[in-house]
Design a protein around this ligand. Sequence first.
Ligand code: ARG
Length: 471
Amino acid sequence: MAKDGNKGNPQRDDPEKRLWGGRFAEPTDAFVARFTASVDVDKRLYHHDIRGSIAHANGLRAAGVLDADERRAIVEGLEAIEAEIERGEFAWDPALEDVHMNIEARLTELVGEAGKKLHTARSRNDQVATDVRLWLRDAIGDIDLGLVQLMRGIVGLASQHTETVMPGLTHLQTAQPVTFAHHLMAWFEMARRDRGRFQDCLARANVSPLGSAALAGTTFPIDRAASAGELGFDAPAANSLDAVSDRDFAVEFCAAASLTAVHLSRWCEEVVLWMSPQWGFVTLPDAYCTGSSIMPQKKNPDVTELVRGKTGRVIGNLNALLVLMKGQPLAYNRDNQEDKLPLFDTADTLIDCLDAMTRVVDALEPNPAAMRAAASKGFAVATDFADYLVRRDVPFRDAHEIVGKAVALAVERDVGLDEIPLGDLQALCPAVGEDVYGVLTLDGAVAARDHVGGTAPKAVASAIEAARRYL
Ligand code: ARG
């Protein structure tokens, strides 16, 4: 016994505190009590725990385990406890291990004998699995809202920049001109899929473990479909062993969150690049930047860097859950208690990051002149030149070669493709006509890509229209 650890904390020595203490002759070792307690983390589930307990009490009443007075006492007691917790008056006791036993012990304190009947036909195993699924459903709702707000911001900014031309990049090298709106709407599509992934996760997570009890089900005639329906689940889970043990829904959630975070990190990286003085495509207001303690000139995009950085935590949490589940035999194992920290942290972090990104998008001040100036360097219209030659019956491979030579000439003379005199272009390829200069403009290049998914102002405007309808 770790006597020192127990000193001054009579509750820990009080075997009565342990709702499972019947077979135990000795008090729990103080270290073990601290090591196994999870209440500091899982007390956050109190609202969902109470909802689940009320549904269970209603089920026990229907099954004839509780009489009407007992059911009412339990429900009123649980509601009183919820109010105590919300007023900050609830005395959380680590000796009672977790949120479930803290609430149950207080219930019995408040309503007496009826409280002791609530755990009939139930185990903490189906209880916690129910609580976490209920909690996750709300978390997905919050994340969905965050995604929608971000998508609204993206669409709003995009709608002002269907004519703003910027360099489109591959390998971070100038490739072809695109519109800024087109770039932003690429973010929108990523976010749309992120939403879908959370909804997919929800569809599988939204089943009720309640009634699975410890692992094998219960001997009492409780109506699992009724409690599932009361809690807004789509159905009772089909197998009790599976329902109390698997946390695949949490893994799926963290996987969806990881992909979303990876998307956010990519956008943030772009904002960081755009904001560097070398690019100057955007600025962020002072309120969204921080300075350097030594370099007086600095204005740093820390918010975007932090979103990028927090992606590491979100991915780490996914990894933690996968490893937590790996090799676990059926059914419930205490390992599963470790699911909550990564799960909670993932939701908190992602909700914060979505909020941060929405603010960044709303605050972003684009510099269209700088974007256009950058697009006009690097021969972004070279492909348009080659396409022009193809329309004049030059096979594409030959056209590629000819334009390559024209680019080399332009590099040598330090001019743009449109500044090479017609005679010199015709020396490279007789098929070139005066009208070539019309396709060698940035606006001509973007306007020419006028099809579904293309970068033309018209195409992007209809993508924005469709996005608005979707939202
Ligand atoms: N605090 C536990 C958890 O989060 C509740 C279930 C404990 N069940 C048990 N048989 N020890 O998983």
